[in-house]
Design a protein around this ligand. Structure first.
Ligand code: GP9
Ligand code: MN
Length: 615
């Protein structure tokens, strides 16, 4: 039975529905910074144009299957849109194919899943039901005139897309060459065309390994040589033979250090540790991670190479040849190496990647006693994690390099009431409110860990390296952050918020220093090797020893933004570092090329697996 006679065909209805839905979703769920009429027009045209083109497939299908195919395409695209919405809520970024292949990673998001979905998401699927209902009503209609106009529709779609590309290119030159800027891509070519482009990039990456050749290395080796620095004699070998205890502080940013909330310190233990004898605190240390988050931080620190502009190198290139920190320590100084992390061992492809990086042992979820009582959020509570790690540490063959990855201070920052040391903050933003409480908890767990290490007599013979892996509070929370910091979060401030704590603590040194030079995760590997008294013979790396007197103040973030002692460059704007004031772009220009070059060389090494050509 038919209720209505539709004058408009299902084909056009589907296109209009999906275009409107995608457009609204892009505005509501993604932060695309659409700030001009042209930008608005580009988003509308790109969305409509790609949808028109995608649906034209159904025009070439036999009549009896048309509606079914149309509905299938419609549903697939709707799911793709929704997956992006969820992913964006979590990572403030769009999905790429390498990330999509991380099915285990996506399923492990389980505990965050319910915090990510929202009741209004239902609206993103109502249209499918409506469309299906309409399709059922008109399924007997004989022929719809639109199908006789295939050619014209295709041409229309192409004209719209070409016009869109011209406009987009005017708005944003270099758009398709700067693939690391996903937000700009989606803003200018639309979400769906972005995914096609991403697919192209992915296949290209696979191809690159095959095509790479040893000649590419020569240029990189020369670049690397020119950047070598001399080790500082006062520190070279300063921790020779010591056990290395590295602790990754999940999602911990520097803005919590030496800060209080309602008169209560957020990180009293870190604040205290920083002042202690033997502590070196780097107050302008930046994380340089991309989509690979925790794993990128690990990768950068292990190799002094950058992570990739898209996806996680842990996933895309675990088969490459690397000269990692773990393997260098093993070969040059007989160190045993182990990672401790109470999560699923395949998360971030760790089980595979750790062997590639030369670790002897990975203590994962299977090695810990995990119960409902001792877990929260993503898994084992930090206090329990440290307590259960100590006996394993005790058994390790010495000297060892042990890396401990914490977990409790991870989005959505959940904590049992009984574990709260300071109450949640009181802004309108629950994520930010909870963050302070979980950071405070992590700090306490760390304190207990140090105390236990001392009690067990394992403290004196060790050197401690603590680092924040990446941001915990994304730009989605600028409002609450600006309330907390009592200043506007400009793009300049956003870069400054990418600072994470970095502390090296020597139990046996007498000085304590706060080092303010501009440095980053890329510098950790060369620093540790020098502290261990290991000469790096010709290893290609992009960081330099933090203690070297020749150390340059320069740090490149994964999106191409950079910081020097005088300037900060981000979003193609140059700022004066001291004041945060915008200044003439010319002043930043000399570093732009260098930043690009570094990222590009590092990418070449990884994409081409170039280290396989080294002896
Ligand atoms: C998961 C933990 C968190 O094992 O490392 O990963 P993240 O989401 O922070 O990259
Ligand atoms: Mn992390």
């Amino acid at each position: 039975m038919r209720f209505f006679v539709f004058r408009v065909s299902l084909y056009w209805l589907a296109i209009i529905f999906l275009s409107v839905k995608t457009y609204i979703a892009s505005k509501v769920f993604f932060d695309l910074e659409i700030d001009s009429f042209t930008a608005e027009l580009i988003l509308i045209l790109s969305t409509f144009g790609t949808i028109l083109l995608m649906f034209s497939i159904s025009l070439f299908i036999k009549q009896i299957y048309r509606h079914r195919v149309l509905l299938i395409i419609y549903s697939i695209i709707s799911v793709l849109l929704y997956v992006n919405v969820l992913y964006y809520r979590f990572f403030n970024d769009f999905i790429t194919i390498p990330v999509l292949f991380q099915s285990k990673h996506i399923t492990s998001l389980g505990s965050s899943f319910f915090d990510l979905i929202s009741i209004i998401d239902v609206l993103l699927f109502l249209d499918i039901i409506l469309l299906k209902f309409i399709a059922d009503q008109i399924q007997f209609r004989r022929s719809e005139p639109v199908y006789n106009k295939k050619g014209r529709i295709l041409i229309l779609a192409l004209i719209i897309l070409i016009f869109n590309t011209i406009l987009a290119h005017k708005e944003r030159p270099e758009l398709l060459t700067r693939s690391f800027d996903r937000q700009l891509l989606v803003k200018n070519i639309g979400l769906y065309a972005y995914h096609v482009y991403d697919f192209y990039l992915y296949t290209n990456t696979k191809r690159r390994i095959v095509l790479a050749d040893t000649n590419q290395l020569t240029e990189i080796i020369n670049y690397d040589k020119a950047n070598e620095t001399k080790a500082n004699e006062d520190y070279f070998g300063a921790a020779k033979g010591k056990n290395i205890i590295m602790v990754a502080l999940e999602s911990t940013q520097s803005f919590v250090v030496n800060q209080s909330i309602n008169g209560q310190e957020i990180t009293p233990f870190l604040n205290e540790l920083i002042k202690q004898r033997g502590s070196y605190y780097f107050s302008n240390f930046y994380h340089q991670t991309g989509q690979g988050k925790t794993s990128d931080a690990e990768f950068i620190i292990e190799n002094s190479l950058y992570g990739l502009p898209r996806g996680a190198v842990f996933f895309s290139n675990p088969e490459n040849k690397y000269y990692s920190l773990a393997s260098t320590l093993k070969e040059e100084a007989g160190y045993y190496s182990a990672v401790f992390h109470a999560n699923n061992k395949s998360f971030w492809n760790r089980d595979v990647m750790y062997s590639a990086l030369g670790y002897n042992r990975f203590y994962s979820e299977d090695d810990y006693n995990i119960s409902k009582e001792n877990s929260i959020g993503w898994g084992l509570k930090d206090e329990e994690f440290f307590a259960q790690t100590i006996p394993y540490l005790k058994e390790l063959q010495q000297p060892y390099y042990a890396k401990l990855l914490t977990l409790t201070n991870h989005f959505p920052f959940s904590l049992a009431k009984a574990d709260e040391i300071i109450p949640e903050w009181t802004s309108k933003d629950g994520t930010v409110n909870r963050y302070f409480t979980t950071v405070r908890y992590q700090d306490e767990a760390l304190k207990q860990f140090f105390e236990q290490m001392k009690r067990e007599g394992m403290y004196e013979n060790s050197i401690f390296i603590l680092y924040g892996d990446h941001y915990g509070i994304s730009e989605n929370h600028n409002k609450a952050m600006s309330e907390f910091l009592d200043k506007e979060i400009t793009p300049f401030e956003t870069i400054q918020l990418q600072r994470v704590p970095f502390i090296i603590h020597f139990p046996n040194r007498s000085e304590s220093r706060k080092i303010t030079s501009v440095v980053g995760q890329i510098d950790v590997k060369p620093t540790i090797l020098n502290l261990m008294g290991i000469e790096e013979n010709g290893a290609i790396q992009f960081g330099t020893d933090l203690f070297s007197e020749e150390k340059r103040d320069f740090v490149v973030l994964r999106d191409g933004s950079f910081v020097t002692n005088k300037f900060v460059m981000t979003g193609n704007k140059c700022y004066i570092r001291d004041t945060g004031m915008k200044t003439n772009m010319e002043l930043c220009k000399p570093y732009v090329q260098k930043a690009k070059e570094e990222l590009n060389y590092s990418d070449q090494i990884i994409y081409g697996d170039l280290f396989r050509f080294l002896d």
